[in-house]
Design a protein around this ligand. Structure first.
Ligand SMILES: [Zn+2]
Length: 114
């Protein structure tokens, strides 16, 4: 499962952060996962629940996933709209060719540690 390797990368990043800041435990992790990232949120959460329990640093940590919308720009009139799902057409001119911008990243937004 693709999400498992992403969770492993996240946990490695958290371990580095904890070392850097001399912390012992992660309380909450807030992640932005874009709708075009290809990540299945449920699978990611599932992977986190399993893998985070395997070490004392992240055991019991809470994962908060924020799913920000992507921006779609119309290729004809340049109108931009934000949406979680790909819009069928431009609301201004009915063009169906819309170019997504952003929304494909996974961003570690906030980490609370003690
Ligand atoms: Zn348009």
């Amino acid at each position: 499962m693709h999400e498992m390797s992403l969770v492993q990368a996240l946990l490695a990043q958290l371990a580095d952060l904890a070392t850097e800041h001399n912390k012992k435990r992660v309380i909450t992790v807030t992640l932005d996962i874009g709708p075009l990232s290809g990540v299945v949120i449920d699978s990611f959460q599932f992977g986190f629940d399993i893998l985070s329990a395997e070490n004392s640093l992240t055991k019991g940590a809470r994962l908060i996933i924020v799913n920000p919308p992507a921006t779609y720009q119309c290729i004809r009139c340049g109108h931009r709209q934000s949406s979680l799902i790909r819009p069928d057409s431009c609301p201004e001119c009915d063009e169906t060719l819309l170019i997504p911008e952003g929304g494909d990243a996974i961003i570690l937004n906030q980490v609370e540690m003690e």
